[in-house]
Design a protein. Sequence first.
Length: 189
Amino acid sequence: MQKVFELEAINRDSFGTSASRRIRRKENYMPAIIYGGTDKPVSISINHNNILKVTKEESFYSQIINLKLEGKIIKAVLKHVQRHVFKNQYLHMDFLRVTPKTVLKQKLPVHFINDDKTEGVKLGGNIHHLANEIDIVCCAKDLPEFVTVDLEGLDLDSTINAQDIKLPAGVSLANPDKIQPVVNITKGE
């Protein structure tokens, strides 16, 4: 079951670099923006501690998020993140408004299962994870949390490409013609 992420947001009426720094430093909030759909873009602020909590979970980056703004819930997906170079601090986030019928192009995490049941590993091979996410296209209502790749029975010198992954109903690859290796097994040395 997918986890529902909810974040409290407040309207932001001060703009610019100095205003953003003041919001981060004095108020412990992070500036953000919500855009897309038929409504105008809205500048918001979100409590930085809440952001730190939810970003620890991988699925936050690829799921629909409920943003509570002035008593209304706005459904959105995270489109862009700016982080501080070396501090554990988020500087800015962009959210895209969605409806159940909104078509999304999204990066989706890849989870690998049955690593220990591959024929190639039993023969002394090494597994190489070549991609930890793939680009997909789907309606917002069909957005999965992640994609699972089953490695059971994978032989030595075999590769699984993104095209070989069984995707959930309503989900397709963003670039179906591009060959993107996801995992392979090569002979160990």
